[in-house]
Design a protein around this ligand. Structure first.
Ligand code: GLY
Length: 311
């Protein structure tokens, strides 16, 4: 069974992801090509071009990709100046003995690989940032923050509507190979250098073709602390059903003590192509995109709430 799961904002990439999978059976190409479309869409404010910047007005992008057959992975964090962090992550996986590059090193490597350089800030994302600074009684410029400690401002960014956002893709081909991919501009107005769960393999995403795959959107700090994506796959390895594995991973998240709790939406599939998407938290209601080889076109589906999961 061929199947692709992607999150609610990922619809723009579903047609190319489905066609790629159908025509080539390459799960890595399917995931990468789908995500590239989302990264290019300036109306999506949590991924790539048009993503909300950090508190200093810089677009810092994170992404990861994983090959579930070989368990190879590549990731980038706080990448500036390149349009497709997912493709840079794939090059990290394929060309380096490392799995994660951040900041200057990630940008230097992207240049070496002739990745597409470009401006990810848009007039709308700059305006959104400036309006937010004004709402915090600050001058709308990075210069005005040069000497200010940013710790206090970081605590003022905990709006569940903006402290989240990522695109995720999971794909399985006819032969049972699975891949995962994620890309994000991260938490809006974040502290410079902040990484969420997306570039950290095992937190924001994980794929192992023997058992299944998982990827998270939402409040990345929680998924990092609980190792959520790896936990789901490990629960599958231990013999749990997919819904039971998701329920257990959500319970792990609930166990975390935290002064701010955003939403997490967990997208998962097992090695047979069964799937489960569950949304938890204050902004929990959401939907996702599904394509299988029996569908003429990708379809939208409602995510489950944790209480609907079977143990
Ligand atoms: N889940 C995306 C982030 O926390 O950056």
């Amino acid at each position: 069974m061929q199947i692709i799961i992607a999150n609610s904002i990922a619809g723009v990439g579903m047609p190319i992801a489905a066609n790629t999978l159908k025509n080539t059976q390459s799960v890595l190409d399917s995931v990468e090509y789908g995500i590239r479309q989302v990264e290019l869409d300036p109306t999506i404010h949590s991924v790539g071009r048009g993503g909300w910047p950090n508190v200093l007005g810089q677009a810092e992008l994170d992404a990861a990709i994983m090959n579930g057959d070989t368990m190879e992975t590549g990731a980038v964090g706080a990448l500036q100046g390149y349009l497709h962090p997912i493709s840079v992550a794939r090059q990290v996986m394929e060309k380096l003995p490392h799995v994660l590059l951040v900041g200057y090193g990630a940008a230097r490597f992207a240049a070496e690989q002739n990745m597409e350089a470009g401006e990810n800030l848009t007039p709308e994302s700059i305006e959104g940032w400036q309006k937010w600074l004004q709402s915090q009684n600050r001058e709308p410029s990075a210069e005005s923050l040069e000497t200010e400690p940013l710790t206090d401002l970081a605590w003022r960014t905990t709006d569940p509507l903006t402290a989240k956002g990522t695109t995720i893709y999971l794909a399985r081909n006819e032969a049972g190979s699975i891949a995962s991919g994620v890309s994000t501009s991260g938490w809006a107005w974040k502290y410079p250098g902040r990484l969420g769960d997306s570039p950290l393999i095992g937190a924001g995403s994980y794929a192992d073709s023997r058992y299944g795959a998982a990827a998270c959107i939402g409040h990345g700090e929680l998924a990092i602390r609980a190792g959520t994506a790896r936990a789901v796959v490990l629960y599958l390895k231990m013999g749990m059903s997919l819904q039971a594995a998701c329920k257990e991973a959500i319970e792990d998240l609930h166990h975390l003590k935290t002064s701010f709790r955003g939403s997490i939406c967990l997208h998962t599939m097992d090695h047979n192509g069964n799937y489960c998407v569950v949304a938890d938290g204050p902004e929990a209601h959401t939907y996702y995109w599904l394509w299988t080889d029996s569908m003429a076109a990708p379809e939208k589906r409602d995510a489950l709430y944790p209480e609907e999961l079977e143990a």
